[in-house]
Design a protein around this ligand. Structure first.
Ligand code: PNS
Length: 173
């Protein structure tokens, strides 16, 4: 059910966020500019093998968000929950996803249509910022796993966690 104007509108930004990238951060910041409240929902994607567990992903996202968003953005692990049930529980007005390409749209659209079928929830898309178009969690894991520094692709806490996980050193600064 939509929120009244006084309460402000609430958007859910869902994803597996394994790990959270600068592209994800850009989307959350822009959604924070459009909605009064944002729930970043860390969900399970059955087609993806996880590197970090859900609790670690939540902590890394919280540590990556700018302080000014902290009281309006809730980050939570909903690992065993359907996105539509998250939306029902938090009384969401919309789901928002970032799109890097037409390939992303082809992947997102069936889920958006299913979620609307199940719960009437609308999905809105934000175009990825061109500077982050090539950045995906999958590629970040490959690059970090190959020993390269990824600190210009992901927020600092995530770069440090990847360096620890893969036993590589991360340049300071
Ligand atoms: O970042 P991702 O992996 O592209 O996000 C996909 C995600 C996690 C949002 C999607 O797999 C999802 O919604 N998972 C929760 C389970 C669910 O609701 N499945 C039915 C989708 S129609």
């Amino acid at each position: 059910m939509p929120h009244d104007d006084a309460a402000g509108r609430l958007a859910v930004v869902p994803g597996s966020f394994d790990p959270f990238t600068h592209g994800h951060l850009d989307v959350v910041e822009r959604v924070g500019g459009l909605f009064a409240r944002v729930v970043v929902a860390v969900l399970h994607n059955p087609s993806k093998q996880g590197l970090f567990d859900a609790e670690e992903r939540v902590e890394l996202i919280r540590a990556s968000l700018p302080r000014e968003l902290a009281d309006r953005v809730e980050v939570r692990d909903w690992a065993d929950t359907l996105l539509v049930d998250v939306c029902a529980q938090v009384d969401a007005d919309a789901v928002v996803k970032g799109l890097r390409s037409g390939v992303d749209l082809g992947y997102e659209r069936p889920m958006a249509l299913m979620n609307r079928h199940l719960q009437g929830v609308e999905t809105l898309y934000l175009d990825a910022a061109p500077r982050w178009e090539h950045v995906s969690s999958t590629l970040v894991k490959q690059v970090a796993g190959g020993g390269r520094d990824v600190s210009d692709l992901v927020p600092g806490p995530v770069a440090s966690a990847l360096a620890r996980r893969f036993g590589t050193s991360r340049p300071l600064g």
